[in-house]
Design a protein around this ligand. Structure first.
Ligand SMILES: [Zn+2]
Length: 575
């Protein structure tokens, strides 16, 4: 396939170029002009577009792919984590945790009573011995006057020391919230543990970085992403500070990533039907500030999704993901398990009628609804609302709702994703839980439901589309490890051992994985006309790899290193 362009500014020849087009074609060479792909074909065919001004790059058999699209992550928050105090997702005792934090405090130039210290990369469920909770009393033992918070990697738990609680304005007289938990000791005093919405509200109230600091974080973020071959991301919880920082980079011609975003509408933003217009006005204003009208080869920004947090998380002790049938919980001990049926279904954070209206009104306003749905109950709720949207508003068929996470689906739901044209956004690495987590889920859900844990291929086999979203920094940024898990359904234990295979679904093929992280992620974001595949007329977002994922063992995919990342025809990362 060669077009009529007179000549190429850049030509890549002699490669193994997986195009991700609809036929999964592989070609040998491509030609680029003005940031667009103008031809694909054999090296010989492309030679006709080469003149004395063309930069010809001989790939010498190396593999080239479309740039990776990560369709659900929290890039700025990830950057903050990389640049601040974090616990590396390690399993630690309370003493070890405190020692790490103290070490950071002792070297940090900030020492004032108003200088927040945010500790991240903390796995609440991995505090040793398992089942231990860290409380305010523990954090108060740190040698500091600063407000200190420990924020869990799933962003559902925050532990505050006494100074931080003071600054949040929380005390024993604070009423119990409806949308989460403010933990208390038996004497009624707060224990410092905040769960779900109160944790997020408290976190959001911490004064943000100044613009200059934010720009430094944004630079680090785009570098880390480019280094793993990522050229487009969707920020699943967009806010002013981070978009201002990335917009500044764009204005300075320094942006090296395409940034799409979802603006969140919380249950507080739309407490009644009457609040919906106002909530949507806010989203529109935000989108207007940070969206480039024309998407072009030079990277830009766009807010084109709205985000709704429908339920919580599956793992004990939270168990806030919404289920169709109740959770089973352990009434025995750690060694003597005794799981019994309960009447606990988890949580749904929105009123049903309100949610249906929110979905319809956001779609009418042109935004693609993107939902956090972990349990089959939350999935069912959303599929029902989307069915209403599809049947009552057929002219809104261009809207692409996506459900993110889907850790536990019900067998009848996969086909509904396909029928209703709903995309499942999946964090592949979650299909490689530790053996302990597999045990826990097995008992918590019972055998039948356990078989639907972390579905992946089941969506594809039912005819639905899946899109990859790493959810960084819920987990470390490691895109190629995530791909490996999708292909093997094994992960690593905290000690680095390979875990038992999670046999609740078949493994994905390399083609399925790569499509989910390129063209199908572009589809979810409604950007497939511009990005996601190597085809004539699309932006030249390309990566060159040190090995060929089609020729190596699935286990080796995690070792892929990126040699070059090219965005809009421009080299932005080189090994
Ligand atoms: Zn997320």
């Amino acid at each position: 396939m060669v077009t009529n362009h007179s000549y190429a500014e850049t030509a890549y020849i002699n490669g193994y170029i997986y195009t991700a087009d609809s036929a999964n074609n592989v070609c040998e060479a491509i030609a680029i002009a003005h940031g667009y792909i103008i031809a694909t074909g054999t090296t010989k065919q492309i030679q006709y577009l080469v003149n004395q001004n063309t930069q010809v790059i001989d790939l010498q058999g190396k593999t080239m792919l479309p740039g990776i699209i990560d369709a659900h992550l929290h890039p700025f928050w990830g950057g903050l984590q990389l640049s601040g105090c974090h616990l590396d997702y390690a399993s630690l005792t309370i003493e070890q945790t405190l020692a790490k934090i103290q070490h950071y405090l002792d070297q940090d130039p900030c020492v004032g009573i108003d200088d927040w210290l945010q500790v991240r990369g903390w796995l609440r469920q991995e505090v040793l011995p398992l089942g231990t909770d860290i409380t305010r009393t523990d954090l108060d033992r740190l040698n500091t006057v600063r407000p200190v918070i420990l924020f869990s990697n799933d962003c559902h738990t925050l532990v505050a020391n006494t100074r931080a609680l003071e600054k949040f304005g929380l005390n024993r007289h604070t009423p119990a919230p409806k949308d989460g938990k403010i933990g208390r000791r038996p004497d009624g005093e707060l224990n410092g543990i905040l769960e779900d919405a109160p944790a997020m509200r408290a976190f959001d109230s911490i004064p943000a970085l100044n613009n200059k600091q934010a720009i430094e974080v944004a630079k680090l973020v785009q570098y880390e992403l480019n280094k793993q071959g990522v050229t487009t991301v969707m920020d699943a919880r967009s806010a002013d500070l981070q978009f201002r920082a990335f917009k500044t980079l764009a204005e300075q011609d320094c942006l090296t990533i395409r940034l799409l975003g979802a603006a969140e509408i919380t249950p507080d933003d739309a407490a009644t039907l009457n609040d919906i217009p106002k909530a949507l006005e806010n989203v529109k204003a935000f989108a207007k500030t940070y969206s480039d009208e024309q998407w072009q080869p030079k990277p830009g920004l766009k807010i084109s999704l709205v985000k709704f947090f429908i339920d919580g998380v599956l793992q004990a002790p939270l168990m806030t993901a919404s289920l169709l049938k109740p959770y089973r919980i352990n009434q025995g001990t750690h060694d003597q398990l005794n799981f019994i049926e309960t009447d606990r279904f988890g949580d749904l954070y929105y009123d049903n009628t309100l949610l249906e209206n929110l979905i319809i009104e956001s779609s009418k306003a042109g935004f693609h609804p993107h939902m956090h749905t972990v349990g089959d109950g939350a999935i069912e709720t959303m599929l029902n609302h989307i069915e209403t949207l599809r049947t009552q508003y057929p002219h809104l068929n261009h809207i692409r709702p996506s459900l993110a996470h889907n850790e536990l689906a019900a067998p009848h739901q996969y086909a509904r994703f396909a029928q209703l044209n709903v995309i499942a956004t999946l964090s592949f690495q979650w299909a490689g839980p530790t053996n302990e987590m597999i045990e826990q889920f097995y008992h918590m859900l019972g055998e039948a439901r356990f078989n639907e844990l972390e579905p992946c291929a089941k969506f594809l086999d039912a005819g639905a589309k899946i899109a990859f979203g790493s959810d960084w920094p819920i987990d470390p940024l490691n895109e190629w490890y995530d791909f490996k898990v999708a292909m093997t359904r094994t992960g690593y234990s905290p000690a680095g051992k390979i875990t038992k295979q999670l046999k609740t679904d078949r493994c994905l093929t390399v083609t399925e994985v790569l499509r989910a992280a390129t063209i199908d992620a572009a589809f979810m974001l409604s950007q497939e006309q511009h990005i996601g595949s190597i085809e004539i007329g699309k932006f030249a977002d390309l990566i060159i790899l040190d090995r060929n994922p089609f020729m190596i063992e699935a286990e080796d995919i995690e070792n892929v290193k990126i040699i070059s990342t090219i965005i809009g025809g421009k080299l932005v990362y080189q090994q």
